[in-house]
Ligand binder design. Sequence first.
Ligand code: BGC
Length: 346
Amino acid sequence: MRAVMVTPGVKDSLRLVDDAPEPSESEGAVLVEALAVGICGTDREIISAEFGESPPGSDHLVLGHESLGRVLEDPTGTLRPGDLVAGIVRQPDPVPCPNCAVGEWDMCRNGKYTEHGIKAAHGFARERWRMPPDRLVRLDPALREVGVLLEPTSVVAKAWEHIERIGRRALWEPRTVLVTGTGPIGLLAALFAKQRDLDLHVLARGTSGLKPALVAQLGARYHTGSAMDLDFEPDVVVECTGVDSVVLDVMRKAGPDGVVCLLGVGTGEPRDGVDTSVFARDIVLRNNAVFGSVNANRRHWTQGAEALGRADAGWLSSLITSRFRAKDYAQAYGAPGGEIKVVLEF
Ligand code: BGC
């Protein structure tokens, strides 16, 4: 069968093979036919050999951590043939650490977790894959076209759950939200803000085109320029760019008792002359909380599936800006900037 893979640590080793072995039963009882995988920055980091690890005993890694598939067979009877499913990315560490032991593998303490398509476990960019039934999340059949967005949505669902939990350390009546960045994570974070009926502002670079239009369709205000120039102080910031100037600005801009969630992993030129004590002062004197968030556990995947189900289907499908057939994998993974979500279809 066909599979998209890399040799981790070897730059540009991305390839599509025709003779990948069928998934082993040791990977799980449920056999799933791949429909699509989404492509994100993590895939590009793996392709450029900055990240990624083969499963033990293997010299390659099948890519793909954002999945959508259809169940072919489930001998356990948990799922039915034809069910639309996505595979949970992270597997708890085998030790396990206290968090993995209670199903909070997204908060793994010892780093021994594995991640499909990323770290020591093959991914979903292959025609068929297997998972244990409890590692699959069922999607409403109506989400056939956009269900591949569930993985990034699960990451956003976790971020929002933690924002709300942190916010409730004291009286918590948030009104304004600032989302920075209009990639898939930024737009999905904006969707969650809207679903919570918050006054939504999105700040990004582009001045025209699809991204500002999608923000407008959510009923949000779109801003460009520096967060420092905004004429309000957000109660919640979801930072999805990872760009250092944006990160620093939003940390200073959050209002009293504000919660700043960092979701972006980016690069930036280190800034000379940043006075850390000024940041500490702003954060301390306003009781601000700044935290990072990665990955998602089963609860968040379920929350993500519900959020997708409640969203406008047309808006969601506009997030998928390109769909490529598996044979055109090189184009898909090399798609130029400006795309929102690129999907590879099987
Ligand atoms: C995935 C996360 C994963 C992280 C680090 C992201 O692209 O969405 O699930 O934990 O990469 O590997």
